[in-house]
Design a protein around this ligand. Structure first.
Ligand code: CA2
Length: 145
C-alpha cells in the first residue's frame, strides 16, 4: 500500500491567510502543507495537498485515492454542508478519512452544523485553526501504524 496521504481542500480555502484572519487565521495553505509534511515524515508518510473550488474535481481526487493513498484528510469547505457526491465518493474509499474544519462550525450559523462528510469520517477536528490539519495528520499516522 502507498504511504501517501491526500489532504484535500474545498472551495475558497486557497484564500487561507489572505482574507478573514479573525475566522481562519494567518497561515496559508502552503504553511499547512509544510506543517503536515513535517508530521507525516515522522511517521514515514508522504503527503499530497490539493485544493479545488470545484466539487467534481474533489470527487475525482477521492476516486483517484483508491489504490493511490493510504488515507484522506479532507476539509471540504462549504461542500461539507451540501455535497452528497463527495460523501458517495468517500464511501467508495476503503482507507481512513479524517475531516478538518479550521473554524468551529458548531459555533457558527446553523447551516454549518450539518456535515454530510461526517457520516463517513473516522474523526472530525473543528475550531483548532489551521493547526487542526497537523493534528489530523498525527492521528492519521497512529491509525496507519
Ligand atoms: O472552517 C472551515 O474549515 C470551513 O470548512 C471553511 C469553509 C466554510 O464554508 C465551512 O463552513 C467551514 C469556508 C472556507 C473559506 O475559506 C476562506 C479562507 C480564508 C478567507 C476566506 C475564506
Amino acid at each position: 500500500m502507498s504511504n501517501l496521504i491526500y489532504i484535500l481542500n474545498g472551495p475558497n480555502l486557497n484564500l487561507l491567510g489572505q482574507r478573514e484572519p479573525e475566522i481562519y487565521g494567518a497561515e496559508t495553505l502552503a504553511d499547512v502543507e509544510a506543517a503536515c509534511a513535517e508530521v507525516a515524515q515522522g511517521f514515514g508518510l508522504g503527503i499530497e495537498l490539493m485544493q479545488s473550488n470545484h466539487e467534481g474535481r474533489l470527487v475525482d481526487w477521492i476516486q483517484d485515492a483508491r489504490g493511490a493513498a493510504a488515507g484522506i484528510i479532507i476539509n471540504p469547505g462549504a461542500f461539507t454542508h451540501t455535497s452528497v457526491a463527495i460523501l458517495d465518493a468517500l464511501n467508495a474509499y476503503e482507507g481512513p478519512v479524517l475531516e478538518v474544519h479550521v473554524s468551529n462550525v458548531h459555533r457558527r450559523e446553523p447551516f454549518r452544523h450539518k456535515s454530510y462528510v461526517s457520516l463517513r469520517a473516522d474523526g472530525v477536528i473543528a475550531g483548532f485553526g489551521t493547526e487542526g490539519y497537523a493534528l489530523a495528520m498525527r492521528r492519521m499516522g497512529s491509525l496507519l501504524a
